[in-house]
Design a protein around this ligand. Structure first.
Ligand code: 4HQ
Length: 248
């Protein structure tokens, strides 16, 4: 999987991609990630990447020329990406589904804006996707870019050691995760649920499904609209809804 990131803060991107499973996958050659410093694509003495907005108003706008030059260089040196992603609060909400779609493309470029945003003509010419990581305002697209790259990278076969771990991930199942415990079984009187130390693997699986469903029911009922449930799970939901109805 190939990624190209365009930013005025390359060290911020480097730092976020050196550690953990993504860092190791790069070393192993599973991920080819190139970080491009936008200032390298300026032609003026002071490497200026921003300018005042036409029409007036506060803040600065990212100039189109360096971004056009950076994208042309990426296509030339690295090939045409399957998607050019622009990070913006005005984008489609990022999701596990979007991450899967990008992973399937094999080559994704990501443009990180700063200031008030980037010149609209960059979006028109280059962006294939506009993505938001949530309804809050950040000071730049670098952190969202790291979020998107991390979520996509861990879907690349081999990046996460155990495929089972990816398949078991919260949003892969459409439900929140179940609670996790490790040793000691008794920590200052806080005991691990007995079923987990019982060795009854069928009962453990059942307990975890029930816990995952319970948490989703309580914290993210919106996810239940699309979650795939078996008969037993639908039964539990019916009980919990009935209890709620009786106590309201
Ligand atoms: N940005 N999800 C970049 C965001 C954002 C978000 C604010 C993007 C500033 C220049 N991006 N501009 N939320 O807050 O993707």
């Amino acid at each position: 999987m190939k990624f190209d990131i365009v930013t005025i803060f390359p060290r911020m991107i480097d730092a976020g991609l050196e550690e953990g499973v993504v860092g190791r996958a790069r070393e192993r050659g599973l991920l080819d990630i190139a970080v491009h410093n936008l200032r390298d694509f300026t032609t003026d003495r002071h490497h200026v990447v921003d300018d005042v907005p036409f029409g007036g108003g506060p803040g600065m706008v990212m100039k189109p020329e360096p971004l056009f030059a950076a994208m042309a260089a990426i296509v030339e040196r690295r090939g045409q990406p399957g998607a050019v992603v622009l990070l913006t609060p005005a984008g489609r909400p990022f999701s596990q589904g979007e991450a899967k779609r990008f992973a399937a493309l094999g080559h994704v470029a990501v443009l990180c804006g700063r200031y008030e945003g980037i010149d609209e003509r960059v979006r028109e010419r280059w962006a294939t996707d506009e993505v938001s990581i949530g309804d809050y305002v950040l000071s730049g697209g670098e952190l969202p870019a790291l979020v998107v790259i991390d979520a996509v990278a861990r879907l690349v076969p081999g990046v996460v050691g155990d495929d089972q771990s990816v398949e078991g991930d919260s949003f892969e199942r459409g439900l929140l995760d179940f609670p996790h415990y490790t040793r000691p079984a008794d920590f200052a009187g806080m005991r691990v649920p007995e079923v987990l130390t019982s060795g009854h693997h069928g009962e453990i699986r059942r307990w975890r499904r029930r816990q995952a469903l319970r948490r989703t029911f309580e914290r993210r009922p919106d996810l239940l609209e699309t979650a795939v449930l078996d008969d037993e799970e639908r039964g539990w939901l019916r009980e919990w809804n009935a209890t709620r109805a009786r106590t309201e």
